[in-house]
Design a protein around this ligand. Structure first.
Ligand code: SF4
Length: 169
């Protein structure tokens, strides 16, 4: 199955701080979860994608948070600079790839203002998470692409097993 995956989860140094969020090296994940992650990577067609870089932002970059979680969305740096357009552009490019390549599922980094599928930071730069979706996760979801995060690998694996034949080209 084709899966769009946040580049930082694959170990690419594309995060705002120039680091990555590699599942394979993260001590918070058990060995069996890391094995499952590697199995998913090896058994599927992986499309690595970072919406913020695709949206024109640099590495490293200032962190940004969603400051308006409803339409019209707003994403700002802590100094108030508006970077909404970069986030929307990155989300649109992610959707374009999914539609062009017939990708029906994504594994995206939790809590990110682009990739978070369940929670994101509230916009006060105080580390507080709220129930909300990042711009890319939201747009993919709205267009029928099922989004999981790195804490939902078992659910993703189940989804792959259940839908493998349905989505096979
Ligand atoms: Fe990772 Fe997504 Fe942030 Fe890029 S935008 S660094 S892929 S969480």
């Amino acid at each position: 199955m084709k899966i769009l995956v946040s580049s930082c989860l694959l170990g690419e140094d594309v995060r705002y701080d120039g680091a990555n969020s590699s599942v394979a090296y993260d001590p918070k994940f058990s060995f069996s979860i890391k094995e499952l992650f590697m199995d998913i990577l090896c058994e599927n067609e992986i499309y690595s994608f970072c919406p913020e870089v695709a949206g024109g932002l640099s590495v490293p970059r200032d962190p940004a948070e969603i400051t308006s979680h409803e339409k019209p969305f707003k994403i700002q740096k802590e100094n108030g600079e508006d970077v909404t357009i970069n986030f929307l552009l990155g989300a649109k490019k992610a959707l374009d790839i999914c539609q062009e390549e017939n990708i029906k599922v994504a594994l995206l980094k939790s809590n990110s203002p682009s990739c978070g599928n369940i929670q994101t930071y509230d916009g006060t730069f105080s580390g507080k998470l709220i129930e909300s979706s990042g711009m890319t996760a939201r747009l993919l979801n709205e267009n029928g692409i099922t989004v999981f995060n790195e804490n939902q690998l078992k659910e993703l694996n189940k989804f792959i097993k259940t839908n493998n034949l349905t989505f096979a080209r």
